[in-house]
Ligand binder design. Structure first.
Ligand code: PGA
Length: 245
């Protein structure tokens, strides 16, 4: 089974810093088994720099967001064709920080997901429940609703090209990772509840580290990781990717 390890750098690293990272990561790449797909998602401003160093390697490039229109008077936005032209193949959509700080709605995520697929990008659609929702016992209902909303209107062929990321919001950047078996239970239930997810890769995200990745990798419904903090150092991310194998 193919594994995916995606590094979400968030708003970290200048283009210069990204280039240095990519140079070090290129040295480490042979230590990561081939069946682990590596995706680096730097800020927009560093995509070109990372590509410059890692073009021709098996590392894939991802963006952290995009707008659903392909061009137009949308100051400050970035479109799918712009990303494709830079060699980008993946795009993270609906990350909880986008939803929380920038007011992205389920409908925004749906439009972006459809646009990404239409353009030939692979969306990594992020869903996850807050602590309040978890404590209320409705985490599964919440993530199923988010997933259904993001995929609404897509046919089975399109859904087959999606990657999902289950990221409990309370586990993101907190050092408080979700127990692997518990995450697997939710992810398994998502697969059953949402049409077309049987063969779709689902990544876990939320304080994944080289030290805990093996617990996730051992779970039947976890196909890899969406990694924030532990992806910011090339040695740490390479160790994590080894563990994900
Ligand atoms: P974290 O972030 O690994 O730093 O918890 C994960 C994410 O936000 O995708």
């Amino acid at each position: 089974m193919k594994r995916i390890c995606a590094g979400n750098w968030k708003m970290f690293k200048t283009a210069t810093e990204a280039r240095a990272y990519a140079q070090r990561f290129a040295e480490l790449l042979p230590s990561i088994p081939e069946h682990v797909e590596i995706v680096l998602c730097p800020p927009f401003t560093a995509l070109q720099a990372v590509r410059g160093v890692l073009a021709g390697t098996r590392v894939k490039l991802g963006a952290q967001n995009m707008y659903w229109e392909s061009s137009g008077a949308f100051t400050g936005e970035i479109s799918a064709p712009m990303l494709l032209d830079l060699g980008v193949e993946y795009v993270i959509l609906g990350h909880s920080e986008r939803r929380h700080y920038f007011g992205e709605t389920d409908e925004d995520v749906r439009r972006k997901t459809a646009a990404a697929l239409q353009a030939g990008l692979t969306p990594i659609v992020a869903v996850g429940e807050s602590l309040g929702i978890r404590d209320a016992g409705t985490a599964l209902e919440h993530v199923v609703a988010q997933t259904r909303a993001a995929l609404a209107g897509l046919d089975a062929t399109a859904v087959a090209n999606v990657v999902l990321a289950y990221e409990p919001v309370w586990a993101i950047g907190t050092g408080r990772n979700c127990d692997a078996a518990e995450a697997n239970t939710i992810m398994h239930a998502m697969r059953i509840a949402v049409d077309g997810l049987a063969g779709v890769p689902i990544l876990y995200g939320g304080s994944m580290k080289p030290e805990n990745v093996a617990h996730y990798a051992a779970q039947p419904d976890i196909d890899g990781g969406l990694v924030g903090g532990a992806s910011l150092d090339p040695d740490s991310f390479a160790r994590l990717a080894q563990g994900a194998a």
